[in-house]
Design a protein around this ligand. Structure first.
Ligand code: ATP
Ligand code: MG
Length: 649
């Protein structure tokens, strides 16, 4: 389909003041792969070190000895880089704009404020006996205290493990046990879409599970004042602990390879993995990507709509933007509350220049028609970004035209919890855009496409996406299980990191993520990515969202089973079913002809909004008893509904 795609050239206005134009990108990229030592030594200067590193790169992808180290003899502190170093030049500048769930709630927190609050909490944690190397679990709403807590841990060398506030007590308990976490920071309740979520109750329930005895203290932010249980000796009010503390707390000198945080993947493909990220390389990489990929310019207001519970929130709400002295917006609520115009209204209210969101959010808005954005102008926007799933060209065009008023480049950023930062993405001043393609690799990133035997495929071709060398933001291990780390990422192909994603490279060298390799469908010997068929469906006027999976088929090997969510104004008729079948045959080819189309009022998604195809595969194959790990599912009732109305074949 790429041949027919529109190409959006780099806009002159953007290129004129961008950090990188085409020549700069090419020169920097070339140096980054020809001489990584020199390139990354130079880039290390963007961060303040106690001791500047002399050893730059020491990395091995050998499955017998996976060993990844960057800047190993350097020492630094992440919170100093996000706070202290800005105080002199931008102490009064807003670091965090907080927008509450209720449109009347907002706050501006300056760098000076954020520094003081971080120091106070750091001192409070020390007073509770938290030491360097201890793991602190955060189970928080999207409130400034979440960022403060991450930075306070970083300040004293404690390792944070943020667990998304939508997870169940069991999922939380698993993660507390996995990390042997001594202390949890939470809130009484969070507020999303006008509803209260009982965070503290969930923590109470989690801490009744066997194995959670390691956790001694619970620090509770008073967000709503709602009623909660209180366990004397264990539970402490956050405000009571921080109020009397000094606003000064000397930062711990950390080695570059000391852990900064543990973070679990979203669980789209199996049991979530707790990745270990370290300090120096991660911070350099998060800040460099934030500057170049979003072309962040001094004074701009930047909004990433992710939750801090995901890696996107870590790297692109907290560490990247704050290391760069940016103003970062944190939104407590959901894009549909009080109305579907909320996102645009927030952009206008805070004059947001850069908006980074996810395809799932864009498709949800798109289903309501173009008028959904009528309550805002969005003139302040300059750059748009997308992350989390392949963005269908149809959704890309809508994002560009309706949200961005047809003037903002979209950076489609491919990366993973494991990669720590953005890996494949356009640079606004350098890269012509093709809707649906993440385009070209970032500095230092060496993608390759392998066939199933591990042969490198050249030119315009489809294959398994691997990375043949390390980059500073890479996860170093799975917490407490280096063997699983090696097995999962380094045993499929010798000497390469396997991403698990399928990908096509076109004649311009652009990368198109086609979906998870596990999701590739093989119909009568033809391999097809799910993303392409789904994109074709979403391009039909009646379709809001679609998920495609394979199921065992006697003749073809695999058949194509499609789940379709319709737009608000479309009716699920047999007529439409036939029309969609014809549509896919026309758009992709007769080989992609759907065998089954099931109407799906909702699709099973992870709590970060990604479609969980592994569950849909089970339903399609009529294996509804063994759905696997469903602990990261956002709304389990969706699955029951789909099973009940399973299409008969
Ligand atoms: P798990 O690893 O537990 O199955 P997950 O892979 O969904 O969960 P994340 O690390 O949050 O957890 O997501 C990374 C994955 O998301 C990528 O491997 C890719 O499949 C998908 N992805 C992210 N960004 C993009 C993008 N811009 N285009 C296409 N796919 C993307
Ligand atoms: Mg993954």
């Amino acid at each position: 389909m790429s041949e027919q795609q529109n190409v959006y050239p780099v806009s002159d206005a953007i290129a004129a003041k961008a950090w990188a134009d085409k020549d700069t990108y090419q020169a920097m990229y070339q140096q980054s792969v020809d001489d990584p030592e020199a390139f990354w030594s130079e880039q290390a200067k963007r961060v303040d070190w106690f001791k500047f590193p002399s050893k730059i790169k020491h990395t091995s992808f050998d499955p017998h000895n996976v060993d990844i180290r960057w800047y190993e003899d350097g020492t630094l502190n992440a919170s100093v880089n996000c706070l202290d170093r800005h105080l002199e030049t931008r102490g009064d500048q807003t670091a965090i704009i907080w927008e509450g769930d209720d449109p009347n709630d907002a706050a501006h927190i300056s760098y000076r404020d954020l520094h003081e609050r971080t120091c106070q909490l750091a001192n409070a944690l020390k007073a509770q006996g938290v030491k360097k190397g201890d793991v602190v679990t955060l189970y928080m709403p999207m409130v400034p205290e979440a960022a403060v807590a991450m930075l306070a841990c970083a300040r004293i060398g404690a390792v944070h493990s943020v667990v998304f506030g939508g997870f169940s007590p069991d999922a939380l308990a698993q993660r507390i046990i996995g990390a042997k976490s001594k202390l949890v920071i939470t809130a009484d309740e969070s507020v999303r879409g006008g509803k209260q979520v009982p965070l503290k109750d969930n923590v109470d329930a989690a801490l009744t599970r066997d194995g959670t005895e390691v956790c001694e203290k619970v620090l509770v932010v008073k967000r709503t004042g709602g009623e909660i249980e209180w366990k004397e000796g264990r539970d402490l009010w956050y405000h009571e602990q921080v109020d009397g503390q000094s606003t000064d707390c000397p930062a711990e000198e950390m080695k570059a390879e000391d852990p900064l945080f543990i973070l679990y993947t979203s669980g789209s493909t199996g049991a979530p993995k707790g990745l270990k990220h370290t300090t120096g390389g991660y911070l350099v990489y998060a800040s460099l990507t934030h500057q170049y990929v979003f072309d962040y310019q001094e004074g701009e207001v930047y909004w990433c709509t992710a939750d801090v519970g995901w890696v996107t929130g870590h790297s692109y709400i907290v560490y990247g933007p704050l290391a760069n002295g940016a103003t970062t917006l944190m939104f407590e609520g959901v894009p549909s509350y009080p109305s579907h115009g909320r996102m645009g209204e927030i952009v206008d209210k805070h004059k947001v220049n850069i908006l980074y969101t996810a395809p799932t959010a864009i498709r949800a808005l798109m289903a309501h028609g173009d008028n959904v954005m009528d309550s805002s102008q969005r003139d302040s926007l300059r750059i748009l970004g997308s992350v989390g799933e392949p963005i269908n060209p149809e959704a890309w065009e809508w994002f560009y035209r309706v949200i961005g008023n047809a003037k903002c480049p979209i950076v489609d950023t491919w990366w993973q919890t494991e990669t720590g930062g953005i890996m494949i993405a356009p640079l606004p001043g350098a890269t012509p855009l093709k809707p649906g393609s993440a385009t070209l690799p970032f500095f230092g990133v060496q993608p390759a496409l392998f066939d199933s035997e591990g042969n490198t495929l050249e030119g315009a071709v489809d294959g398994n996406l691997v990375l043949t060398d390390s980059w500073p933001g890479q996860a170093r291990s799975i917490w407490g299980d280096h063997e699983r780390f090696t097995q999962t990422y380094f045993s499929t192909y010798k000497g390469a990191y396997f991403t698990g994603d399928g990908c096509r490279r076109d004649e311009d060298g652009y990368y198109w993520i086609t979906g998870r390799v596990d999701d590739v469908i093989n119909v009568s010997g033809h391999r097809m990515g799910t993303a392409e068929i789904e994109s074709a469906l979403v391009a039909h006027e009646a379709v809001a969202e679609a998920a495609v999976v394979g199921f065992p088929h006697d003749i073809k090997g695999q058949g194509i089973y499609i789940y379709v969510t319709l737009n608000d104004d479309a009716e699920p008729t047999d007529e439409l079913r036939k029309e969609l079948t014809q549509w896919v045959r026309k758009e992709i080819g007769p080989i992609a002809s759907p065998d089954v189309i099931q109407w799906a009022p909702g699709l099973p998604k992870t709590r970060s909004g990604k479609i969980m195809r592994r569950i849909l595969r089970k339903i399609a194959a009529n294996e509804c008893d063994g759905l696997g790990d469903t602990s990261t599912l956002a709304d389990p009732s969706v699955v029951d509904e789909l099973i009940e109305h399973r299409a008969n074949r």
